[in-house]
Design a protein around this ligand. Sequence first.
Ligand SMILES: NC(=O)c1ccc[n+]([C@@H]2O[C@H](COP(=O)([O-])OP(=O)(O)OC[C@H]3O[C@@H](n4cnc5c(N)ncnc54)[C@H](OP(=O)(O)O)[C@@H]3O)[C@@H](O)[C@H]2O)c1
Length: 300
Amino acid sequence: ALLTVTGGSSGIGKCIAIECYKQGAFITLVARNEDRLLQAKKEIEKHSINDKQVVLCISVDVSQDYNQVENVIKQAQEKLGPVDMLVNCAGLSLSGKFEDLEVSTFEKLMSVNYLGSVYPSRAVITTMKERRVGRIVFVSSQAGQLGLFGFTAYSSSKFAIRGLAEALQMEVKPYNVYVTVAYPPDTDTPGFAEENKTKPLETRLISETTSVCKPEQVAKQIVKDAIQGNFNSSIGSDGYMLSALTCGMAPVTSITEGLQQVVTMGLFRTIALFYLGSFDSIIRRCMMQRAKSEIADKTD
Ligand SMILES: NC(=O)c1ccc[n+]([C@@H]2O[C@H](COP(=O)([O-])OP(=O)(O)OC[C@H]3O[C@@H](n4cnc5c(N)ncnc54)[C@H](OP(=O)(O)O)[C@@H]3O)[C@@H](O)[C@H]2O)c1
């Protein structure tokens, strides 16, 4: 099977590539920086299970020019055959208070996180439908299930993915093509370390109410859900609760999943209200702290 993973040179994307390589897949890694692509390729190749396996690197910006993205994916398909699974993992997070974020940040996040998922998917979907085989994975975020302080730009770009995925799943299901949306929690990756440099105090304290996951664990779950054709992919008890709570009109993969959502909705909403209350008090505490230090500065 051929896996194409955007953002495959780092973090969650690289771990997804390793996980699939361990299962015998051929891999196409898509990202911009060539050195990091080559480094990732070497790391992935250590996990081969047979000597026929190949890792191909494609250096392209997935968010800039649709024709370019289509061309490089076409070239890769000519070399390795049609894509069986596309994982849209290229993305980034930038946080800050709404009024502190540059307008260009909103444009950038929408462009990379949303359009950067539309373009590769658009480039492979026709062949998948013709072959009546395929999996498309979108990597959203828990911040794509609820809006949090500091994430006005990031959350909206990750919410957009959900709408795209739901509509696309309805279109392609009759062709045996399955869509998965993954909602990872905070995960220990180079991207997460970068994001932490700009996080407002409130966002950091709210994030710290849950633990940080390992990218290998997140990758394993995403690959498992994608292979099974599950629409939803989440991690841990928080992830399970959030997915059940925010299921809306999203497709269900089994009757059990649907029944669990119905039964747990009231309980999970009650728990969510407690969480929301605690987030409010974190934000109030931060405001009071800032006000106190401003007064102290003035009196000095
Ligand atoms: N880590 C977390 O806590 C977390 C939580 C929830 C969701 N997520 C999501 O999971 C995905 C992966 O995150 P990560 O933490 O693993 O990130 P990461 O370590 O920063 O890796 C990001 C990958 O995307 C590539 N990329 C970024 N912009 C690109 C572009 N315009 N065109 C092509 N490739 C691009 C990067 O390579 P180049 O820079 O070389 O292009 C890199 O391979 C993201 O969509 C992120 O929003 C992460």
